[in-house]
Design a protein around this ligand. Structure first.
Ligand code: UDP
Ligand code: MN
Length: 389
């Protein structure tokens, strides 16, 4: 159910005195509407009941594992609330999908990455289109990828940030993670630290690098994002592009909810825009009219983590990337979104702009005890915290 569009599921529990009918709408948006009817059983209804039983059997076969999961609950309790049954069904189905995709990924992991040799410094690696289709078979059946483009750079908290980011991505089903290391620091090479986290995430990934130019150095991560865009275009699989910085906090459900964006989608974000949250506001028809934010003076008041766009923009404009010549300082997001749509009403609101699944995290202060002189397992504190196991 999760991640699919407008599936209607009907469950019927036939008892001697009543039929219960449960309709579930739009599981994709997480919005469930319950309808319960209670009737005395008549002959007509019994025939109808037989028809329904056959339909139910078909559905049960399709969701057999899910039903196996909730069957004991139905059998042992007559006081189960219908809504809890439906929610359990959704949960169970999501778990099945996740397990299926995990199995598929693990089956392919060694085949895809066997060439990696730890003794060499890592060089660019891009999981190929063929391998993505192998690892995520539902892409061939029209499933859309979510490309998560993450610029990153060498620092004390890099391992913390990338590990924290990789785990919600591992819980999502059709994600391609593009991590681009900023190698602007003199003499730096791509790191095993980053490659190992990518490798162990078991998701299709690209690991590449970028270097800041004098012009782009005002815009943190912009070269990395543009390198990510080049990789998305090269891969050529349809989907959605999302700029996910490495230092923020993500709920894995975000990646399920944005994959069907048609052009540009926007949503509410936490701790962003110099405030507790930012959110698009809607009129009574659900059209975006404005953005609630403490950082005014922007047409699109969104954080980098608060919007995503369809790869279709490359069909209209194959050269599209983040153009720093047209990027205002501190307003990179506004500049990017403005280059894709001109009116706020064109932005597609995700979850009615009412659910927060992303939080912009402030940089934590480094504890005072941090010192390059303290040794632990032969490593200084900096190396200890960043070491790969
Ligand atoms: N970043 C980078 N090179 C840098 C500084 C930052 O690649 O020199 C990346 C960083 O890892 C993050 C993104 O760019 O993914 C945004 O940087 P940061 O979180 O420092 O910016 P802020 O959130 O404070 O705007
Ligand atoms: Mn940040």
């Amino acid at each position: 159910v999760v991640g699919q569009r407008s599936k209607n599921i009907s469950l019927y529990e036939t008892e001697s005195t009543q039929d219960r009918k449960i309709n579930l709408y739009s599981a994709k948006t997480g919005y469930c509407k319950m309808m319960m009817t209670q009737n005395k059983t008549s002959k007509k209804q019994k025939r109808f009941g037989a028809f329904i039983a056959i339909a139910l059997l078909t559905i049960l076969t399709y969701f057999h594992l899910a039903i196996l999961y909730i069957a004991p609950t139905i059998a042992t309790s007559h006081h189960v609330k219908p809504e809890s049954m439906v929610l359990e069904l959704i949960e169970a189905n999501a778990r099945i999908q996740l397990l299926e995709s995990k199995v598929a990924r693990q089956r392919h992991q060694s085949r895809v990455y066997q060439k990696y040799n730890v003794s060499d410094p890592p060089s660019q690696f891009i999981t190929s289109k063929e391998n993505v289709l192998d690892m995520l078979p539902s892409i061939s059946q029209g499933g859309r990828l979510v490309y998560v483009i993450t610029p990153t750079y060498d620092r004390l908290l890099q391992k913390l940030d990338l590990i924290r980011m990789s785990q919600p991505l591992m819980l999502s089903s059709l994600v391609y993670w593009i991590v681009v290391e900023d190698l602007s620091n003199k003499g730096s090479t791509m790191s095993h630290r980053v490659r190992k986290i990518l490798f162990e995430s078991n998701i299709p990934f690209a690991h590449s690098s970028s270097v800041k130019t004098e012009d782009s150095s005002h815009f943190r991560g912009v070269e990395g994002r543009n390198e990510g865009i080049r990789i998305v275009k090269k891969l050529g699989l349809p989907g959605v592009v999302y700029f996910g910085d490495d230092d923020n906090a993500y709920d894995y459900r975000l990646f399920e909810e944005i994959r069907n964006i048609k052009r540009v989608g926007v949503w509410a974000t936490g701790l962003s825009g110099n405030g507790n949250f930012e959110a698009c506001s809607l009129d009574s028809n659900g059209i975006v009219t404005d953005f609630y934010t403490n950082f005014r003076g922007r047409k699109f008041g969104v954080d980098m983590g608060g919007f995503a766009f369809s790869t279709d923009v490359f069909i209209d404009n194959p050269e599209w990337n983040i153009n720093i010549a047209h990027t205002a300082r501190y307003k990179m997001e506004d500049s990017i979104v403005s280059s894709l749509i001109s009116e706020v009403s064109q932005a597609e609101p995700i979850n009615n702009c009412s659910v927060v699944r992303f939080w912009h995290m402030a940089k934590p202060s480094i504890p005072k005890s941090y010192s390059r002189k303290v040794q632990m397992h032969g490593r200084n504190e900096h190396k200890f915290l960043l070491a790969t196991d």
